[in-house]
Design a protein around this ligand. Structure first.
Ligand code: FAD
Length: 438
């Protein structure tokens, strides 16, 4: 028999919205808690920055969003939709629309998705969840969860059978340790607090990290800065000027910094810099979660069965969107379908012991392959197998292969064309792009 559960969904960003849709499709009773006053999460551009540009002060007034004004997606338009609700304008023909939409368009897409899926009435806006805990001893697995939230300065409590956590993981800066940094006199900022290039006019900037944000911000800030020096572990070009970019230089990692403002790189080069801009990623953070059986250790959230379920609490505590280096929207959609079906009884989970063994196996494999802990939730080469598995588990037809071909083509372009990958791909018909990876 199908069960209908009373479920709290924490967060009204992309993951919370698609989780809500899937839970409703399986006839669960849901409440979505969203601390801001609109849906969309990350995709709501917020021009404010935090008072502490490094995000170290735990008492700072927090800003959720990390978007910069010029941001365009790093995945192509067709990869930004859901399996049955494609991203607007995505017809695979050569349209005049950008292949990499601007952030405003993604927000419009999510707002339309929420409206068309009838989700808005299920969202409590301005409702920040401040505590989630069990109300009875841990061995009573059917015991309800207590969710406490603050709305208009009022504390409220309600009990739920299940909690789905979708609070995002791009708000809490992660910083490297740089020898000498305590006495370095310049300004330091994390990319969480980067919005526009203007404050960086004529400055010499060192960007630490060259993930998607480091990559894009270096180009954006170079419009105002005197020089931009990127320090990263993945040096693809020889240290020195990047071809075609007048004032951007690439180096190996920062080895140390001096009290006179000099920044030294492992390639032996050094520069007198005004600002260090850290594009070093984010930490998972669940300040409201009061349970014993889940930790965040060097950015490994665990134990989590297939990045979704807590083995201890089984179907009743789950996470959507923990994974990265993947086709993000599709991944959250499939994770959500799985959660909804496990809660209704359509799918079953293995025993707690079996789930723990699976988690341990993944950790062992990572260790053997020399992968650092903080990459636990990066999918990359595991993505296709993971998404196919979720689709099979939830009774969907096999995921159409173009999703993966397009993702592969994108990665290849990123490696071949470096900073110019969007410009190159904008000019290339989708069909050519897909042919290249076949
Ligand atoms: P979020 O969008 O962060 O939503 C979380 C929601 O939870 C927010 O609305 C927040 O207010 C709410 N919330 C948090 N805590 C609480 C609480 N205690 N109580 C109530 N509500 C709470 N993905 C792509 O697919 N393509 C891209 O090109 C891309 N570019 C990106 C660029 C940047 C700079 C960043 C930071 C991310 C990018 N991403 C991209 C990833 C992006 O995070 C996902 O696309 C998506 O927004 C994740 O959705 P989410 O719902 O998991 O998290």
């Amino acid at each position: 028999m199908r069960r209908s559960c009373k479920v709290a969904v924490i967060g009204g960003g992309m993951s919370g919205l698609v989780a809500a849709r899937e839970l409703l499709r399986e006839s669960h009773q849901i409440t979505v808690f969203e601390k801001s006053h609109r849906v969309g999460g990350t995709w709501v551009y917020d021009p404010r920055v935090e008072s502490d540009p490094l995000g170290l002060d735990p008492h700072r007034a927090k800003v959720h969003g990390s978007l910069y004004a010029s941001l365009r997606t790093n995945l192509m338009r067709p990869l930004m939709g859901f399996s049955d609700y494609p991203f607007t304008g995505c017809d695979f023909g050569d349209t005049s629309e950008l292949k990499f939409p601007r952030h405003e368009e993604v927000l419009h897409f999510l707002e339309a998705f929420a409206a068309d899926s009838g989700l808005i009435g299920f969202v409590k806006f301005g409702a920040e969840v401040v505590k989630v805990k069990r109300t009875s001893p841990d061995d009573e697995l059917s015991a309800p969860w207590m969710v406490k939230w603050v709305q208009a300065d009022q504390e409220n409590i309600e009990h739920f059978e299940a909690v789905v956590i979708c609070n995002g993981h791009y708000s809490e800066p992660r910083l490297p340790q740089i020898p000498g940094i305590d006495r370095w006199p310049g300004k330091q900022v994390h990319s969480h607090n980067y919005r526009t290039p203007e404050p960086y006019l004529n400055q010499v900037i060192v960007i630490v990290g060259k993930g998607p944000s480091g990559f894009d911000i270096s180009v954006d800030v170079a419009n105002a800065a005197k020089e931009v020096h990127i320090a990263s572990r993945s040096l693809r070009f020889k240290a020195g000027k990047i071809p075609g970019m007048e004032n951007i230089f690439e180096h190996e990692v920062v080895s140390h910094v001096d009290p006179d403002g000099r920044v030294h790189f492992a390639d032996g080069f050094s520069v007198l810099a005004d600002i260090i801009l850290y594009c070093t990623g984010y930490s998972y953070h669940f300040p409201f979660l009061e349970i014993n059986n889940l930790t965040v250790d060097d950015n490994r959230v665990g134990p989590l069965y297939k990045h979704v379920f807590s083995p201890r609490y089984g179907p009743y505590l789950s996470f959507v969107g923990i994974t990265s280096a993947t086709i993000v929207f599709l991944t959250s959609e499939l994770q959500s379908k799985w959660i909804a079906q496990v809660l209704s009884g359509k799918c079953t989970l293995p025993s707690e012991n079996e789930m723990m063994s699976s988690v341990k196996e993944m950790y062992d494999e990572m260790e053997e392959a020399g992968k650092p802990k903080h990459r636990t939730h990066w999918l990359y080469d595991k993505m296709e197998g993971y998404l196919d598995w979720l689709a099979a588990e939830t009774g969907l037809p096999q995921i159409e292969r173009w999703w993966f071909h397009m993702f592969d083509a994108l990665l290849k372009s990123f490696i071949s064309f470096g900073h110019g990958f969007r410009d190159k791909l904008e000019k290339m018909p989708y069909s050519n792009l897909l042919n290249e990876v076949k």
